[in-house]
Design a protein around this ligand. Structure first.
Ligand code: NAI
Ligand code: HPV
Length: 523
């Protein structure tokens, strides 16, 4: 397999990848150049410089895109998901680097360090122009209280600052640090002397700071952006810096990088660095190793650690949940081999010990199984959910009987224009998976290899007739299961078989008196 690294990646990561795959490092490629070579690769590793556009993704045969860092705003994740390409990042390796850089920027602005350095290097001994302000006792507003935001808070508390934070997605009582006051956005903007941003660039955060937001801030507020250009509207910021409403700002990131034409960097009250937040020796080694290991896992089909566009399983639960994932996929596949009709709804019902897990990956596996027989290109765990939604299929899940000591069972219930039907399954000890019911028929089917299912009226002789037809065609029966709704009523026969059943044999079975249908199933 081949891996392309298209941005600067620490050698430690490249070495890990090279042990397993052919690795090419080609940086500073244009979109056209990348589009030309991308079909040759199974994996692409980037930082923030490469823009992984829809055009590139559509031309590719990639299985995984790795981001050696946190922000994935340079990758068209939707396009990747649609194509079933896994996106992974390395979210933990550069937290400290980014938060230390934020504090460095904060102190640089507060004490005019860059301008003072330049002045002295120009052989001036000017102490008057660079009188700074102390940060102790001042209020630092933190927008985005994730990994970096929290670490900045801890460091700023150490500097004696008061912290106001805004993050609508964190649960207040999960914060260990009681010195952080979590409040609403407006309160942070109105009451902070310094405001620092640690949110990802998304539709919701794009220009979250514009003219209106700046207008309610304290006069001479100091802004720090070490997260992403685009979070602050640069035009509005420029005006506010010129008018003095914003006293000063420190920027590590810009809407268009490099921002060499940006008038912002020429302003005296702007401290600017060229996207250095993650640029420490330690962080670069961390993220390179983190992403390289996930690329290896992804290309080997193993569980990845940091999936961006796939529901993942907690590593400590992986071994327990894995057989349920396999079972659900087989149940989904069995469903579409048995039934037809336009699917409008899929409901997954969980009971017993499986309810202790986050069951989303199991639901997605069932959807994958269903879609595999319906689509020209088989879906995977990355795009199955999206593809089902695009086809108007409503997906839901519920947990019933949460007795976690009971064996875990799953029921797949599908609604189509022809009605409702269901398949149930369970996992026995030693991860033995079984299909235990199809609609009202109770069975005990091992979903592996091949099976023949015949629907017929319960009467003596049918089993023998089917058996001899198979025997005459040299098809070996491994085991047999019978399920019936009532004595001499409708019945289902399941035969585990070692060979494929050709269509003409199926037709002969269908001609047997009282047999309503016969289907060959591949697991
Ligand atoms: N300058 C640099 O070199 C670096 C920049 N970054 C940037 O920093 C960002 C944050 O990184 P982490 O803290 O590791 O990510 P994280 O995912 O741990 O934290 C992001 C936080 O933002 C919050 N958030 C999301 N939308 C929000 C909104 N609309 N309003 C308020 N809060 C919102 C989330 O709930 C989350 O707690 C990254 O997305 C990346 O863009 C990260 C590393 C280095
Ligand atoms: O990790 C992030 O989000 C960063 O912004 C770091 O970017 P970089 O890898 O240094 O181009």
């Amino acid at each position: 397999m081949r891996v392309l690294v298209s941005d600067d990646l620490a050698q430690e990561g490249i070495d890990i990848l090279k042990k397993e795959f052919d690795v090419d490092v080609k940086t500073k490629l244009s979109e056209e150049e990348l589009m030309e070579i991308i079909p040759n690769y199974d994996a692409l590793v980037v930082r923030s410089a490469t823009k992984v556009t829809k055009n590139i993704i559509e031309k590719s045969n990639l299985k995984v895109i790795g981001r050696a860092g946190v922000g994935v705003d340079n990758i068209d994740v939707d396009a990747a998901t649609h194509k079933g390409i896994l996106v992974v990042n390395a979210p933990e390796g550069n937290t400290i680097a980014a938060s230390e850089h934020t504090i460095a920027l904060l102190m640089s602005v507060a004490r005019n360090i860059p301008a003072a350095v330049m002045s002295l290097k120009n052989k001036k001994w000017d102490r008057k122009s660079f009188v700074g302000i102390e940060v102790r006792g001042k209020t630092l507003g933190i927008v985005g209280l994730g990994r970096i935001g929290k670490d900045v808070a801890a460091k700023a508390i150490g500097l004696g600052m008061n912290i106001l934070a805004y993050d609508p997605y964190i649960i207040n009582n999960t914060l260990e640090n009681t010195h952080i006051k979590v409040t609403d956005f407006e309160t942070v903007l109105k009451n902070s002397d310094f405001i620092t941003f640690h949110v990802p660039l998304t539709k919701a955060t794009y220009h979250m700071i514009d003219k209106d937001q700046i207008s309610i801030m304290k006069d001479k507020v100091i802004l720090i952006n070490c997260a992403r250009g685009g979070i602050i509207n640069e035009e509005a910021l420029y005006e506010a810096l010129v008018s003095g409403k914003v006293g000063a700002c420190a920027l590590d990131v810009f809407e268009h990088e490099p921002p060499l034409e940006s008038p912002l960097i020429d302003l005296p009250n702007v401290v600017a660095t060229p996207h250095l937040g993650a640029s420490t020796a330690e962080a670069q080694i961390n993220v390179a190793i983190e992403v390289a290991n996930d690329i290896i896992r992804a290309l080997k089909g193993e569980l990845v650690k940091n999936a961006v566009n796939m529901i993942t399983v907690r590593p400590e639960e992986y071994h327990e949940i894995k057989p349920f994932i396999e079972l659900a996929e087989k149940m989904g596949s069995l469903y579409t081999q048995l039934k037809n009709g336009r699917i409008s709804e899929v409901e997954m019902i969980y009971s017993g010990k499986v309810t202790k897990f986050d069951v989303k990956p199991i639901t997605v596996a069932a959807i994958k199984g269903i879609l595999t027989n319906m689509l020209e290109f088989p879906p995977n765990l990355v795009n199955a959910y999206l593809l089902a939604k695009e086809r108007g299929i409503k997906i839901s899940e519920k947990k019933v009987s949460e007795d976690q000591d009971a064996p875990g069972t799953i029921t797949l219930q599908v609604t189509t224009d022809k009605g409702k039907s269901s398949i149930s399954g369970t996992v026995f000890e030693k991860d033995e998976i079984r299909i235990t019911a199809i609609d009202d028929y109770k069975i005990d089917l091992i979903p592996r290899g091949y099976a023949l299912m015949s629907f017929h009226k319960d009467r003596p002789g049918i089993v023998g007739q089917v058996g001899s037809l198979l025997g005459n065609n040299d098809i070996n029966i491994a085991y047999m299961q019978l399920g019936r709704k009532s004595f001499r009523g409708e019945a289902l026969m399941v035969l585990g078989i070692d060979e494929e059943v050709p269509e003409h044999v199926l037709n002969e079975i269908r001609k047997i008196e009282d047999v309503s249908d016969a289907l060959f199933i591949k697991f």
